[in-house]
Design a protein around this ligand. Structure first.
Ligand code: BV8
Length: 236
C-alpha cells in the first residue's frame, strides 16, 4: 500500500507565477474591500464591481503560467500513483495553474475563476472571457445572472465531504503557500493532528497556524516544493 498525501495549497504557490496573494504586503485585500467583491452581499449590491474584479483576475491568469512548484506536485501525483499511493490535491486557489502544470483531479474547494455560473439556474460552464451584465446563461439563456463560479465568504466551500474523507485516509498532511487564515481550510491541520496524521507546512514565512505543524519548511515555493517532492519520492 503506497503513501497517501493530502496537500492543501493557497495563493502562495501561484505567487511566483505572477498572480497576487491576498494578505501579503501588496496583496489583493490591500487593494480591494473583501466585503465588496468576495461576498454574495457585495455582488447583490454592485454586480458590475464584482464582475470587474474577477475580469481583472481572469486577464492576469491569461498572462500567467505554471511554475516549478505546480509541476513538482503533478510529478508527485504521478509517481505516488505508480507506487500504489495517492496525492489528494485540494486547493483554495481559483486559478488553473495546477492543471496547466500537469496536475489532474485537483479539488477546487473555493471554486474556479475559469468557470462561469448562472445564479438563476445554477448551470456552470468553462469561460475565460470578461463577464458582463449581458452574458447569457449557456443553459437557460437568462441575461444578467452570470457570476464567477467561486465560493465567496459566507458561502459553503465545495466538495467538503470528499475533502473530509481524504483527510481521514491521509498518512501526511502538507499545507503549501497559505496563510492559514480562512476557514474551514485553515482548520484542516488541526483535524489532521487529531487524527494522528503527520503535518508539514511549506511557506514563504510562518503562517497564522505554524505552531500546529510537526514540520515547517520556509522559502519560495518554486525552490522548496520541488526539493520536498524529490525527498518524498527518494525516501518513499
Ligand atoms: C464557510 C474566493 C460555512 C475566491 C475565498 C470558522 C469556521 C467556518 C467559517 C468561518 C470561521 N471563521 C470565520 C469564518 C467565515 C469565513 C472565514 O474564514 N473568514 C476569515 C476571513 C476569518 N469563511 C467562509 O466564509 C467560508 N465559508 O465557512 O461556510 C461552512 C464551513 C464549513 C463547512 C461548510 C460550510 C468560505 C471561505 C472562502 C472565501 N473565498 N476566495 C477568490 O476570490 O479567490 S478565500 C481567499 O482566501 C482565497 O480563496 C484564498 O486562497 C484564501 C486563503 O488565502 P491564502 O490562499 O492563504 O492566501 P494568503 O494571501 O492569505 O496567504 C498567502 C500565503 O502564501 C502567505 O502565508 C505567504 O507567506 C505565502 N507566500 C507568498 N509568496 C510565496 C508564499 N509561499 C511560498 N512561496 C511564495 N513565493
Amino acid at each position: 500500500m503506497g503513501l497517501n498525501i493530502f496537500v492543501l495549497t493557497g495563493a502562495g504557490i501561484s505567487s511566483e507565477s505572477g498572480l497576487g496573494t491576498f494578505r501579503d504586503a501588496s496583496g489583493i485585500w490591500t487593494q480591494y474591500d473583501l466585503s465588496e467583491v468576495a461576498t454574495p452581499e457585495g455582488f447583490a449590491r454592485d454586480p458590475a464591481k464584482v464582475r470587474a474584479f474577477y475580469n481583472a483576475r481572469r486577464a492576469n491568469l491569461a498572462k500567467a503560467g505554471p511554475n516549478p512548484a505546480h509541476v513538482a506536485l503533478a510529478r508527485l501525483r504521478r509517481d505516488l500513483a505508480a507506487r500504489g499511493g495517492r496525492l489528494f490535491l485540494c486547493t483554495q486557489n481559483v486559478d488553473d495553474l495546477h492543471e496547466q502544470g500537469g496536475g489532474a483531479d485537483v479539488v477546487h474547494m473555493h471554486g474556479e475563476l475559469t468557470v462561469t455560473r448562472c445564479h438563476g439556474c445554477g448551470a456552470t460552464w468553462p469561460d475565460r472571457e470578461a463577464l458582463s451584465g449581458e452574458t447569457p446563461c449557456a443553459a437557460c439563456g437568462a441575461v444578467g445572472t452570470a457570476r464567477p463560479h467561486v465560493v465567496w465568504f459566507g458561502e459553503t466551500p465545495l466538495r467538503m465531504d470528499e475533502i473530509e474523507e481524504a483527510l481521514e485516509e491521509a498518512d501526511l498532511f502538507v499545507a503549501i503557500g497559505t496563510s492559514g487564515s480562512v476557514y474551514p481550510a485553515a482548520g484542516f491541520v488541526s483535524r489532521a493532528r487529531r487524527l494522528g496524521i503527520r503535518t508539514c507546512e511549506i511557506n514563504l514565512a510562518p503562517s497564522d497556524n505554524a505552531r500546529a505543524f510537526d514540520e515547517r519548511r520556509y522559502g519560495p515555493a518554486t525552490e522548496v516544493v520541488p526539493a520536498w517532492v524529490d525527498e518524498v519520492l527518494r525516501d518513499g
